[in-house]
Design a protein around this ligand. Structure first.
Ligand code: FES
Ligand SMILES: [Fe+2]
Length: 426
């Protein structure tokens, strides 16, 4: 296999085959999506015992639930009998699940409780424990974010997240009563390789070129706060393929940066939130929470964007050329029923919703890149050298650097090249 990364002191290039080759896709499924911690859902999606949600994670059908005792559990949504889906509902509340094919019934702790015509099965069939729902090999959570891992020998979630934990803390600690997902996921798809969205989600340099209409709106709403091209801050390689970009927000933030267009009433509310943060965390941390925005990529396919509002985004590859994307709005529980939530959700929809100012632009750009990668073999390289400084360690850069993309690819290569893992990333 030809090398896929071309890295020298002053050059960082990625072969476009890495976005299209079915052999690379298969290697990623084995070495990344079967070995890394993958986001399943947020605890607030299952607010009560007996709540459940189904989704696809790492290519597998997954049943994410709280049992009747309130414990979070995660099973393959696959019947132990002959493999039909245990439940075909997207979400709901249930103490038990009955497979639609032959009627095996399981409680929400995963134990087989009965079946049609039980007398036709050997005695003690249910009690044998061999026919219960199959839990995912590893299931752990951090600050309300639940992850699974298909590798029983994987490092702990806490070790995997490493330096990303501090950024999750900075987001979750903004809330007094915990963070809550608001409403259902927004779902859309793109005919592009999943790695293009990983790159895009921490790509600050594209914003002014690709989203000028939105920036004009922000500049108008923010009464001159937005100064084009000025985004002081930094980008960081957090290891394992995780990366973050943090910078001064030049727009309104529900926590806690007021802009004139939100009106006087909002100013009083937002000042009170800011003072609470200062009181609890000190001025320096409160200022970061209130006045800085951050895009956090948790390898391989989770993004937490804390910008005008907070968004969780995960994307599931469905082949080299396609992905399905889910996005959830996250808000402090104490905002429910307040005008602050309205401001937050307006921000979420305006920019990041599937019909917002950003998402359709981004999808078009990613699909354009994918089309070229598929056919234009005479132009085989993507270039990610922006901000590379020869002799530098490339662990920390400015916000206009392509350091986050390089951090992602270094992590990608390391996962693919792990001993005993499928694939050779070259
Ligand atoms: S496949 Fe589920 S009961 Fe037969
Ligand atoms: Fe964008």
């Amino acid at each position: 296999m030809k090398p896929l990364l071309d890295i020298t002191a002053d050059r960082f290039r990625v072969s476009r085959a890495a976005y299209t080759d079915p052999a690379i896709y298969a290697a990623e499924q084995a070495a990344i999506f079967s070995r890394c911690w993958l986001f399943v859902g947020h605890e607030s999606e299952l607010a009560q015992p007996d709540a459940f949600a189904t989704r696809r994670v790492g290519g597998r059908p997954i049943l994410f639930l709280r049992d009747s005792q309130g414990a979070f559990r995660c099973f393959l949504n696959v019947c132990p009998h002959r493999g039909a889906q245990i439940t075909r509902e997207r979400s709901g509340k249930s103490r038990s699940f009955t497979c639609f094919y032959h009627g095996w019934t399981f409680d929400n702790a995963g134990t087989l409780r009965g079946m049609h015509e039980p007398h036709t099965y050997p005695e003690g069939f249910c009690q044998a424990g061999l026919h219960d729902l199959v839990p995912v090999p590893r299931f752990e959570s951090y600050r309300g974010f639940h992850f699974l891992n298909f590798d029983p020998g994987a490092m702990s979630l806490r070790d995997y997240l490493g330096g990303a934990c501090a950024y999750i803390d900075t987001i979750v600690d903004q809330a007094e009563g915990g963070m809550r997902v608001i409403g259902e996921a927004q779902e859309y798809s793109a005919r592009a390789n999943w790695k293009l969205l990983a790159e895009n989600s921490v790509d600050i340099p594209h914003v002014t070129a690709l989203h000028p209409t939105y920036l004009q709106l922000v500049a108008t709403n923010s009464q001159g706060r937005m100064k084009r091209g000025e985004m002081p801050g930094y980008s960081l390689d957090l290891g394992h393929g995780h990366t973050v970009v943090e910078r001064i927000a030049t727009y309104g933030r529900p926590i806690a940066q007021w802009i004139e267009s939100w009106g006087e009433e909002a100013r009083v509310e937002i000042e009170a939130i800011y003072l609470r943060l200062v009181d609890k965390y000190g001025k320096e941390r409160a200022d970061r929470m209130a006045h800085c925005a951050r895009n956090l990529l948790i390898f391989p396919n989770l993004v937490i964007n804390d910008i005008m509002s907070v968004t969780i985004r995960s994307f599931q590859p469905v082949g080299p050329d396609g992905m399905e994307i889910s996005a959830w709005a996250l808000a402090p529980a104490e905002e429910l029923g307040t005008p602050a939530l309205g401001r937050r959700l307006t921000n979420f929809l305006e920019f990041l919703g599937p019909g917002g100012f950003a998402t359709p632009d981004d999808v078009e750009a990613l699909e354009s890149c994918q089309r070229a990668a598929r056919v234009a073999r005479e132009a085989p390289w993507n270039d990610l050298s922006k901000g590379l400084s020869p002799g530098g360690d490339d662990q920390r850069g400015d916000t206009m650097s392509e350091l986050p993309q390089r951090a992602f690819w270094r992590g990608w290569q390391a996962w693919l090249n792990q001993p005993g893992r499928a694939g050779d990333a070259g």
